[in-house]
Write a protein that binds this ligand. Sequence first.
Ligand code: COA
Length: 160
Amino acid sequence: MNKTVICPGSFDPVTLGHLDIITRAAKMFDRVIVAVLVNSAKTPTFSTEERIELLREAVGGLENVEIVSFKGLLAEYCKKCGVGTIVKGLRAVSDFEYEFQMALANKKLNPELETVFLAADADSTFLSSSMVREIASMGGDISNFVPACVHDRIVERLRK
Ligand code: COA
């Protein structure tokens, strides 16, 4: 069976934590769709195009990964694409309640939809996109937090 999964998120910007989850999903499944949320209620730091571009570069060597953007409900988007599995990373117990709530809501909206959680890599458990944005904007070193190939572009955009 050809198994396609979706890795959704804001990716504002992509971090090594995201890349860890995407890379491991790409080893476990035949095809991984990384779906960047276009949320009209929020103003992201990086535009949708920038987030897609950074992700494309970060996952460059992974042939079974593609990057798309989506609007609206994830459950509806999965239905439209014919994808039945969401893959998400769990960084800490604190992620669990929120992720569990989303997984249950998504299943109510689309009963065919399963959510699979991968335990985040130990080095990523504290990491988040907003932390990367804050550190870089204050001139801190983010080289341990973001993929090397997109590091300079992220720093350039965030430097105040
Ligand atoms: N490594 C590092 N950081 C991670 C991470 C990982 N493995 N997983 C999550 N994060 C961080 C992100 O960097 C982000 O950090 P920030 O808050 O500092 O920016 C934070 O965790 C939250 O991740 P994010 O991708 O922004 O959102 P989310 O996990 O809450 O969910 C969607 C994103 C797209 C899945 C969700 O908002 C969605 O489905 N939206 C569509 C609308 C919808 O269907 N709503 C109903 C849902 S039931």
